[in-house]
Design a protein around this ligand. Structure first.
Ligand code: GLY
Length: 412
């Protein structure tokens, strides 16, 4: 009886220690193994996609909810960087030469984006950073650096010094009567300007990026730190006119992916400037986002959709935010917050990795349930390449954090 009681109380102690280790009760080693299991799943889905693509000059973009095969696209599409980017993360995780060659092949196909005749919009940032950006980071080859600098020149050409921001959509000036428009997604692409300024490009590209961030912070958020998708400015006087939307429910609604781009983008701005006003700001916009999340940590496509809880989700927003929170956690000066961000990110990643969100046998993408553009009736509740890109990035970051736990003693 005495032995039974001793064993029982020992088990209780073990259970209490395990629970104190975190919401999942997982040790660092278990977390690394869990992330590697999800990365192995991504690897299998990549192989399936490669075997299904009709040829290697097209790129997988999305799979509609009622379909099983990829809708493909070309290198001028705004999402064209995400497939090479996914292949770069696979290479980073495997170190396999064949994977590197595959990532390089798709990256080099992006070169028409920097030819003189091509006049891009702000998406040149996504397209270049996710392809040539990873190529340069992984190989250090000068030719890829040159491509990045050429891409940055094209992005900088959209800068209006009177407004102090980049004109995100030149086409919308005429199509929508939107004079100088800057969209929240553009926050992601400031990284190309920072990259150029840090790597031999014009130093003023950094000032452009900082000015864009400052004006976005001042005009594109409401007093409760929710965001407008689009900010309109007078292109002559530079004055802010109003906030509105393209992809959200309404001008005044809280579009989840737009806000996710903001969280990720301001994390980059803080990383690049070290200016604490951006850190304090991104903390507030994270709070606004997290306070509206449903129980499974995957947002509704727009937090103001009156159809909630039946409204469609956006797994891409969850993937973007989970990745941003991991980067921000290592930059945070407040270690309690750093810990909170890793805990939140893990909850998002575990939810995305469940049978509710992983595509598994249903199709060859990683994730289901993203919403591209609901007002345009396009890619609703679909698998989309950018959800997959930020998912594999977040899993890689999560695994690397816990693999190097000694460097981050504050990790939950
Ligand atoms: N254009 C970027 C997005 O749809 O989020």
């Amino acid at each position: 009886m005495k032995i039974y009681r001793a064993v029982k109380s020992f088990s209780m102690v073990i259970l209490a220690v395990a629970m104190a280790a975190g919401a999942t009760g997982a040790s660092a080693g278990n977390r690394v193994r869990w992330a590697e299991k999800q990365l192995a799943y991504c690897d299998r889905q990549i192989e399936r996609t490669l075997s299904e693509l009709p040829n290697d000059s097209v790129l997988p973009r999305s799979i509609d909810i009622d379909k099983t095969s990829w809708k493909t696209t070309d290198h001028f599409d705004w999402t064209s960087g995400f497939w090479p980017g996914i292949l770069w993360y696979r290479y980073e995780n495997s170190g396999c030469l064949a994977h590197e060659l595959q990532a390089l092949m798709y990256t080099e196909r992006q070169s028409p984006l920097v030819c003189p005749a091509h006049k891009p919009d702000h998406d040149i940032g996504f397209q270049m950073l996710c392809s040539y950006g990873h190529a340069y980071r992984n190989t250090g080859r000068r030719e890829y650096l040159e491509k990045m600098l050429d891409g940055a020149d094209k992005l900088a050409a959209l800068y209006n010094p009177k407004v102090g921001t980049i004109l995100s959509w030149p086409h919308a000036v005429k199509d929508d009567g939107w004079p100088h428009n800057s969209i929240m997604d553009n926050m992601m692409n400031l990284e190309l300007l920072f990259f150029a300024a840090n790597n031999g490009g014009p130093a003023e590209y950094r000032d452009m990026a900082v000015s864009h961030a400052r004006r976005t912070m001042n005009h594109q958020f409401r007093p409760d730190y929710t965001s407008y998708h689009v900010a309109l400015y007078d292109s002559i006087s530079g004055d802010f006119i109003r906030g509105c939307t393209n992809q959200g429910l309404s001008d005044d609604s809280f579009w989840s992916r737009g806000h996710a781009w903001g969280i990720y983008g301001f994390t980059i701005v803080y990383r690049e400037t070290g200016d604490k006003q951006y850190l304090r700001f991104v903390e507030k916009i994270i709070d606004a986002y997290v306070s509206r999340l449903p129980k499974d940590y995957v947002p509704f496509w727009d937090f103001d959709d009156p159809d909630i809880p039946r409204a469609t989700r956006d797994a891409s927003a969850a993937a973007i935010v989970s990745s941003a929170l991991l980067e921000l956690s290592v930059l945070e000066d407040d270690k309690a917050k750093a810990k909170e961000y890793v805990t939140l990110s893990e909850k998002m990643l575990r939810s995305l990795s469940s049978k509710n969100y992983q595509s598994r046998k249903q199709n060859s993408a990683f994730l289901l349930h993203s919403t591209g553009n609901l007002p345009a009736d396009y890619e609703i509740d679909a698998s989309i390449n950018y959800a997959d890109y930020y998912y594999i990035e977040a899993l890689t970051r999560f695994r690397n954090l816990y693999k190097n736990k000694d460097k981050y003693p504050w990790l939950p």
